[in-house]
Design a protein. Sequence first.
Length: 134
Amino acid sequence: AGVMSDGIGLHDAEIITIEVDRLNHVAGLGFRRENGEYLHITFSGVIAFRAEDVTMQNVVSDGLSSCDGNLSLDDQTYWLNWASSLSDAKPWASASTIDRWRHDISSKKLVLFVFIPSAGAQIAVLCEEVKVER
C-alpha cells in the first residue's frame, strides 16, 4: 500500500507543502518520508483539486493512483465527486462530466491521485500530467 506506479512509497510520509496555482492549472505537494528524504510531486493540467482537514501534521496512510489500477470505477466516481465539491455544496461537475473524466482516466488522458490520511489532510487531484522530483 502507498506505492504509486513510479515506485514511490508514501505510507507514513508527511505532507509538508501544498501549492495551488489556479491560473496555471498547477498544484504541488511536498513530502518528507520516514527516512528524511524530501519528495515533491507536481500536478499539471489540474482539472479538479481538493484538500480537506489540513493541519500542522498531515501524514499519508495511503497514496492511490488511477495509473496503478487500485481505484475501481466506483472509487473513481466517489473521489471525482468529492474533488469537485465543497463540504457544504453539491459537486460542480455534472454526472456527464464525471463520466467523461472516467473515460479519460481509462484512456490514460487523465490521472486521478488520492491521498488518504492517517492524520490531517485528505487530498484528491485530477490532472493531465504528473512529475516527481526527489
